[in-house]
Design a protein around this ligand. Structure first.
Ligand code: UD1
Length: 420
């Protein structure tokens, strides 16, 4: 198992390339199940979660190949030869549930392992299942698996989501693209990654109205076809590196970053004292003065994303004054707090809120990553701390961030990966 050694205290200067969005790439790969023709995806991030989704698609009989001309391109497509998503793969990555809708819509059946809970919360999939049932699927839960059947195909339906779930919206849109008739999804999630999926499905021949809004209307078509799609830049990676500049000081161009998608994160960073400006092909991020405390609440898009909560909390831990961070999406997403406190932060958790009393400086300590975003919050703390921070269990980080040590050390950070 690898770990990172980080010697903090160096302001970052330079440029960091922002890769394709993990949370767009995963559903887009699943969309490859919707046609036997080839889907060419470009700007695919090189991260472990993509390898896991590719492994799952290959298990279903779908070819996933390097498109050759660019290492960041994948060609996806083929005939479905197996409709089971086994526990061994699904348990590695919850987003595997995204194959359920496409398998059911194209093959009329699917047996997908229930993903179960994960470190950040219980994360049920009831909304995915209820939506598919409304479209006529017969669903049974047996032996830890979702057994779904639609022998005569899926039918369009009106589905009201009680919560704007990202994954449920994606699964249902993909299923509805090949269903008979019209599907309406009310209170659909509006994350930019969903917009990216809708754009790709439309390029594949799907008939979808309402992109960007919370009401999607999908008129099912009998068949989808080949398409080419460039994955949008990762707004969470972008926000994470903006926090890195904020916590160390300095000035960095985030190449490929998009201010509009950063939305509430950019506003919170600016309120905390980090300047952000959109240039033609990059975001320029700079901190010249001090950091100030800010109150933030995580919400579905366009609110502040839960996937930025841990990183922003690291930044707030050294901001002047007190801040409050309220987590409304996942019930157990403060696992970075005890680790940050071991590095000298003063954070108290009360239910779904954390009070962060800013300290003048953090100090290095051995710390442990518990999940993807929590891992990066500890890197951020390490970049700001005096001394050498050893961060273990960084396999969590490799699931969703590409070339972390290369991107950071390219801007002057002292970070090194060592085999344990
Ligand atoms: C996606 C993202 C994840 C992000 C999350 C919220 C991907 C691959 N993952 O996860 O990084 O943190 O959105 O922005 O895109 N819920 C239910 N029943 C359901 C579905 C969800 O109760 O059937 C609850 C969840 O437990 C959670 C909340 O709804 O509390 C949000 O979940 P959801 O938006 O579905 O997140 P994911 O799609 O799992």
């Amino acid at each position: 198992m690898d770990r990172f050694l980080i010697r903090g205290g160096v302001p970052l200067h330079g440029a960091i390339p922002i890769g394709g969005a993990k949370n767009a790439a995963l559903p887009l790969l699943a969309a490859g199940l919707l046609t036997n023709e080839r889907l060419l995806l470009t700007n695919v991030p090189r991260i472990a979660d993509i390898d896991t989704m590719a492994e799952l698609l290959r298990h279903h009989g779908i070819a996933v190949e390097d498109a050759g001309h660019s290492s960041a391109s994948l060609l996806v497509g083929g005939d479905i030869t197996c409709t089971e998503a086994p526990y061994e793969i699904v348990s590695k990555m919850r987003a595997s549930i995204l194959v359920l809708g496409p398998l059911l819509a194209r093959a009329g059946e699917a047996r997908v392992s229930l993903p179960g809970g994960c470190a950040i919360g219980t994360r049920p999939v009831d909304l995915h299942l209820k939506g598919l049932e409304a479209m006529g699927a017969e669903i049974r839960l047996e032996g830890g698996y979702v057994d779904a059947r639609a022998p005569n195909g899926l039918q369009g339906a009106r589905i009201v989501l009680p919560f704007a779930s990202v994954g449920a919206t994606e699964n249902l849109v993909m299923a509805a693209s090949l269903a008979a008739g019209r599907t309406e999804i009310i209170n659909a999630a509006r994350e930019p990654e969903i917009g990216d999926l809708l754009a790709c499905l439309t390029a594949m021949g799907a008939a979808i109205e309402g992109a960007g809004s919370d009401k999607l209307i999908i008129d099912g078509v009998p068949k989808l076809h080949a398409a080419r799609h460039r994955i949008l830049p990762d707004r969470i990676e972008c926000g994470t590196y903006a926090c890195a500049v904020g916590i160390t000081g300095g000035e960095v161009r985030l190449v490929g970053g998009c201010l509009e998608h950063l939305g509430a994160v950019a506003r919170a960073l600016e309120e905390a004292g980090v300047e952000i400006a959109q240039e033609e092909t990059a975001l320029r991020v700079r901190r010249a003065g001090g950091l100030h405390g800010v109150d933030v609440m995580t919400e579905p898009y366009p609110g502040f994303p839960t996937d930025m909560q841990a990183q922003f909390m690291a930044l707030l831990s050294v901001a002047e004054g007190a801040s409050m961070m309220t987590e409304t999406i996942f019930e157990n997403r403060f696992m970075h707090v005890p680790e940050l406190n071991r590095m000298g932060a003063r954070i108290n958790v009360h239910g779904a809120s954390a009070i962060i009393r800013g300290v003048p400086a953090l100090s290095a300590a051995p710390v442990m990553a518990t999940d993807l975003r929590a891992s990066f919050s500890l890197i951020l703390a390490g970049l700001a701390a005096s001394g050498e921070t050893a961060l273990s269990r960084i396999y969590h980080l490799d699931r969703g961030y590409e070339a972390v040590e290369r991107k950071l050390s390219g801007c002057g950070a002292r970070i090194e990966r060592v085999a344990e």
